[in-house]
Design a protein around this ligand. Structure first.
Ligand SMILES: C=C(O[C@@H]1C=C(C(=O)O)C=C[C@H]1O)C(=O)O
Length: 370
């Protein structure tokens, strides 16, 4: 036997042993995961015994579980990967308690679907809807437990439809998800790649890739459609067209990548909100969103914001939108760190309430973990 074959023999028996060890670990994991799932079933019974209308999904608890997993992670898997595995495990456990229906801005293949999956995991039932206000309506009507809508993009700013929908809803924000957005130039298999004369995408995505398009396809017609998934669907049957969309849409519509990561800013990301019909208890690291209408007098905005500053509350966002009642009246959307049950936040909110014409807390919710 030469050295080489002895080495190989050694490798083979090593491999055999390692696989036996992995089988043994898997058996242990199966036992533990099943024990975890049984525990979740008991949790469901406890919740129901306390309240027949019990909420099974607990965003604050899920955020704590994920953060704990990342803190305990000894490696070699990155914390986010380990948390992703736990995300799926919780999703499956929750489905045993109650299958959760999640409406999102569709069609299938949108970044919003990707955000919904990232937040709720694979075991949630997803319901694609064609418009943001329909997502609000579906959750208001109780046909879906939760909804997922985009609210702001790091390159292009706010999604006005979402902010406007919050003006006339009683729904609450139950969570947030931030997604890194990578755009690709996609084509169907029969497309003449050198003859692309039209590029479809959502207006925001076209804007996020403007410089790249100017440099690479200055003469192609840019056509804005209702979503990037819709763009992907359209180009399947068009020989001279390409779509700008993400990986979900590429997979869903079996498209090929002509160019990858064509967004102008490399850290392009979008924030999505989870909407539901209940308040979320504190998780330990929360944000609060509110909408306020100002009194129509000089210094009103300063007066409105001053209590946040004095109570040292960290404001993370301020947006204004025209109010739909009366010309030139504005409402403000304010996000800040902290939970509405925190004594400091409560004190600030009481003062703000006296200074604003109207304020409505849209929700306190866990800061996005993944
Ligand atoms: C098990 C529970 O119910 C659900 C499932 C969870 C889990 O699997 O860890 C966590 C929160 C809830 O969404 C719970 O509330 O603890």
């Amino acid at each position: 036997m030469n050295d080489h074959s002895r080495d190989e023999q050694h490798d083979e028996s090593d491999l055999e042993q390692l696989r036996q060890r992995i089988d043994h670990i898997d058996s242990e994991l199966i036992r533990l995961i099943s024990e975890r799932a049984q525990c979740a079933q008991v949790v469901a019974r406890v919740k129901l015994a306390e309240d027949p209308q019990a909420l099974f999904y607990r965003p604050e608890r899920e955020a704590q579980v994920l953060k704990r997993v990342m803190a305990l992670n000894p490696g070699p898997l990155p914390g986010e990967e380990l948390a992703r595995l736990f995300r799926e495990m919780m999703s499956a456990c929750l489905a045993l308690e109650q299958p959760i229906r999640v409406a999102y801005l569709g069609p299938e293949g949108t970044f919003t679907q990707q955000a919904a999956l990232k937040h709720f995991g694979d075991s949630a039932v997803d319901v694609p809807l064609p418009a943001i206000d329909e997502v609000f309506r579906e959750v208001e009507a109780g046909s879906a437990h939760y909804g997922v809508v985009p609210v702001e993009n790091s390159t292009e700013g706010v999604v006005n439809n979402t902010l406007d929908s919050f003006m006339d809803t009683s729904l609450r924000i139950c969570g947030e998800v931030v997604l890194r957005i990578h755009h690709h130039l996609l084509v169907g298999e029969n497309t003449r790649r050198d003859r692309v004369s039209r590029i479809y995408s959502h207006a925001q995505s076209l804007a996020q890739c403007r410089k790249w398009l100017d440099a690479h396809y200055p003469h192609a017609e840019r056509v804005a459609v209702s979503s990037n998934a819709e763009a992907a669907r359209l180009v399947r049957s068009e020989w001279h067209s390409a779509a700008i969309a993400g990986d979900m849409a590429a997979r869903r519509y079996e498209l090929e990548h002509l160019a990858e990561k064509i967004e102008d800013l490399p850290d392009n990301s979008t924030r999505f909100l989870i909407i539901g019909n209940h308040d979320v208890p504190p998780s330990g690291e929360d944000k609060t969103s509110l909408v306020a209408a100002m009194r129509n007098q000089p210094g009103a905005l300063h007066d409105l914001l001053e209590p946040f500053h004095r109570h040292r509350i960290d404001m993370t966002r301020l947006e204004s939108r025209p109010s739909r009642h009366g010309v030139w009246n504005y409402v403000f959307f304010i996000d800040f760190k902290g939970h509405q049950d925190d004594p400091l936040v409560r004190a600030a909110l009481e003062e703000v309430r006296l200074r604003a014409a109207e304020i409505r807390v849209l929700g306190s919710y866990p800061v996005g973990v993944l």
